[in-house]
Design a protein around this ligand. Structure first.
Ligand code: LR7
Ligand code: MN
Length: 464
């Protein structure tokens, strides 16, 4: 007899993915080789540097954590793995550290297991792990990944090329409901002025370039969880800002620092690593706003005003002491944020002037202004039919389809859309109108991510 639904739900509640299913799957399983065929024919020669893989976790599901470790052990040439360092960031679930130590005993001392004596948060936990490492290259992974065929060689080869290259794999998707491993399209990293990471699509011309399917792509930012970096260079460049708490912001901080202080950040299309993308973080604590403020104060010069314009609540927030990080920027002789925008992220646009929507406001009669500067709400009306876009099921249900229905502008109807300063359109402030381009394009509801697929602009033409 299977588990009762409430137990199945418990896994979801604890981890925001289908733990019940993960526990039933083998911790060693075949996955689709999502690389382009050219990658499958490439070889990277001898004498690649060896890597220390650092994986930090807080209350991770045991089966998912094991699958992460086994995928590394099974899909990497063992002579390239100097060690795997597992840092238990003070979990309080299922004796994780203890069970893992028992389970991985035969791999000791190649696998190193440590537990922190207090909750450090992922940023300080990674620094703790990096200090234990002795391999030439550091590779960080989240605790819910599966690495794919020959994932490590192309990353290490870029670092062999130059110690100042920081290499990021393509992040494939492990579906949080079905655990199916799905390929991702090739995109770059960017950010919006709310300091959220977003995926930016590549220009069409990119695909015309010979060798595009395997050649490294310069990326203005990285998502943060999965990357390889020369270990000495990681220390030289200032590790992480350990004044940051729990989660968030460190990925932009490191990205800016790499580019502005003489390094290079690249996405490596031949390296594929799956990651479980979930719609909510299940653990408590978040430092996102404070951490982002630290990033903005240290790295963004006068451009901080766009962050404040987008996030007025950050203006008076405490962000601790940043003098050490400012001194680091000086010591490393880093370039200006303007240089970064002009040279590394020229596609980035500045937020529209505060009141540029006046014309639109006149046209969209139903739109009610909540905050002239940043936000408004209203119906999304299809001009031809006069019908409104609404979610078919609950506004909190990500699987809900979008349909057209008779407009009924009352609060309990699933038709009230919020436009935010991130240029996205939200239902009930949680789910965003998103475009799926892999099998589409079609519109759907997705967890708000700040990605390019969720940015909407108002047409200023009549009747459009
Ligand atoms: O207190 C904590 N201590 C931890 O050790 C909180 C978390 N963690 C661990 C956690 O178990 C996990 O292994 O830190 C890792 C990252 O946390 P997630 O998986 O809950 O975060 P995420 O995947 O939503 O976060 C992305 O952004 C973070 C910003 O701080 C980090 O940079 C993550 O590494 C990053 N993940 C990725 O880039 C994978 C692709 C996702 C995207 C986009
Ligand atoms: Mn993650």
């Amino acid at each position: 007899m299977g588990l009762k639904p409430r137990f199945r739900f418990r896994g979801f509640h604890l981890h925001s993915f289908n733990q019940y299913l993960s526990d039933k799957l083998s911790c060693v399983r075949p996955i689709q080789d999502t690389r382009h065929s050219t990658c499958q024919r490439k070889s990277y020669g001898e004498n690649l540097p060896k890597a220390s893989i650092v994986i930090c976790y807080h209350n991770e599901a045991f089966s998912v954590l094991l699958r992460t470790v086994y995928s590394v052990l099974n899909r990497s040439p063992l002579h390239l793995i100097h060690e795997i360092i597992l840092i238990d960031d003070f979990s309080n679930l299922h004796d994780l550290h203890q069970n893992l130590t028992v389970h991985l005993e035969k791999y000791l001392p190649k696998v190193i297991l440590k537990r922190t004596s207090e909750r450090l948060g992922l940023i300080r936990a990674r620094v703790f792990g990096a200090h234990l490492a002795t391999g030439e290259v550091l590779i960080f992974l989240d605790s819910h990944c599966e690495v794919n065929q020959m994932w490590i060689e192309p990353l290490l080869a870029r670092i062999r090329e130059s110690r100042k290259n920081v290499a990021v794999p393509i992040m494939d998707i492990i579906n949080a409901d079905s655990f199916l491993y799905e390929p991702s399209s090739i995109v770059k990293g960017g950010f919006n002025w709310g300091m959220h990471y977003r995926w930016d699509s590549l220009p069409k011309s990119y695909y015309l370039h010979p060798g595009a399917e395997y050649y490294p792509i310069e990326s203005p930012t990285m998502a943060g969880g999965l990357f390889a970096m020369d270990r000495a260079y990681f220390h030289e460049l200032g590790e992480y800002d350990t004044g940051m708490d729990i989660w968030g912001g460190e990925n932009l901080e490191l990205s800016f620092r790499i580019w502005m202080c003489g390094g290079r950040l690249e996405i490596i299309p031949c390296s594929r690593v799956g990651h479980i993308f979930r719609s909510r973080r299940p653990y408590g604590g978040d430092g996102f706003l404070k951490n982002s403020l630290r990033v903005a104060h240290v790295w963004m010069d006068g451009y901080i005003k766009y962050f404040f314009q987008t996030c007025p609540s950050a203006v008076n927030m405490d962000y601790g002491n940043i003098t050490e990080r400012q001194a680091l920027r000086k010591k490393l002789n880093c370039k200006s944020f303007k240089w970064y925008l002009d040279n590394i992220y020229p596609e980035q646009t500045l937020p529209a002037a505060v009141d540029s929507n006046a014309v639109i406001r006149k046209k969209e009669k139903e739109v009610e202004i909540i905050d002239v500067k940043t936000r408004r709400k209203g119906l999304l009306k299809h001009m031809g039919s006069g019908l409104c876009v609404q979610s078919e099921r609950s506004i909190y249900d990500k699987r809900s389809l979008l349909t057209l229905a008779v407009c009924e502008p009352s609060e309990d109807k699933n038709q009230i859309w919020y436009e935010t300063s991130n240029q996205d359109l939200r239902l009930a402030n949680t789910l965003c109108l998103d475009v799926n381009t892999t099998v589409g394009p079609f519109a759907r509801l997705m967890h708000c991510s700040g990605s390019g697929s969720q940015i909407w602009t108002w047409s200023t033409k009549d009747n459009v």
